[in-house]
Design a protein around this ligand. Sequence first.
Ligand code: NDP
Ligand code: MG
Length: 391
Amino acid sequence: MKRIAVLGATGSIGTSTLDVIARHPDRFRASVLGAHRNVAALAGLCVAHRPELAVIADPALEGELARRLGAAGVRCAVASGHAALTAAVSGALCDTVVAAIVGAAGLDSTLAAARAGKRLLLANKESIVLAGPLLLEALRAGGGELIPVDSEHNAIFQCLPGGRPDLRASGVRKLILTASGGPFRGRTRAELATVTPDQACRHPKWSMGRKISVDSATLMNKGLEVIEAHHLFGAPADAIEVLVHPQSLVHSLVEYADGSVLAQLGNPDMRTAIAHALAWPERVAAGVAPLDLAASGTLQFEAPDLATFRCLALAFQALLAGGDAPAILNAANEVAVEAFLAGALPFLAIAEVVEAVLAELPPQAAVDVESLVARDGQARATARRLLRRAC
Ligand code: NDP
Ligand code: MG
């Protein structure tokens, strides 16, 4: 029986994870559930899944959570604050941690799970973009393992021999990440000037949280995933390619020296990657309909439009710049996306803010978590200053 901590339980990945867990009560148990402020949803999940511990990150809501659980007759421990999240993933209540908090807010708990030697199911890509080498070092020190949940990386993991081998020794030539292209594929810059947050969040294939939906619309999501793939699989930037594939059925591919290209396919439903990561190296049902290729029509592939969707080019640039440039990119993007979602920044200005922050803060060596967190803060402050000037 795997005892699983689900952080970001109330989100899109969190609820999909709990759906898969509930299908296999003989194998999986959700022992810890964590959320930020959505106390009503967290209490509802506790009623359904009966964890041993529920953690709400906002300390002001701990009493409210306890009251709701008491009224519902749920007997589970309640805690609050980010320190409680990191303690929960480090302690004896779980052997597996699903890191599904959105943004850099997930860094501490992701690192803590790695240091504690847990099996880390990583959805929170921002934490590996921010602190890739430190996260890998924490994993080595903890002796645990990381199984990618992000569908592209999960697909690559499935197409590599033994999951995460030495790429060169295995004859791997290239990792090819597919991108849906988002809701604005094919649009010109002029057409993108006035798009709204609701339009950006209306993804044609995937149902996701609002931040990643905007990242998907700007192609920053793919940029973050390029950096994620670099760290996860030890691939240099020039061995990672992005291919737009609007049908979202081929989740990524690996090209080998002999010309073979292996791909992983499936319907666009995160429960497949989640079930794979939960059960690996075994396989379990995910509740996802079988892929009907005969009915799915033509599969298209095309090069991304880097001139229109500049965030992808900026992410490659940050990866090549090295040091803490990816952390700067990520922090500036989080601030810009928040402003766009609040209606305070035009869509195209997201890339402009990220580019300006990268230009103001030349990369420094990423030596430890404290200095990275400080640089993340500096990048956020710089982005906010630029936003104030722009508005
Ligand atoms: P959602 O916005 O749907 O959910 C975010 C979750 O994180 C919620 O449970 C939220 O709690 C919690 N959270 C937010 N801020 C904090 C905080 N400061 N402390 C603790 N918890 C916090 O996001 P998604 O599920 O879409 O994405 C989660 C992560 O997974 C992201 O990193 C994303 O890039 C990645 N991912 C998502 C995919 C998807 O299909 N959705 C696919 C691949 C990767 P509350 O509800 O209380 O606010
Ligand atoms: Mg993805």
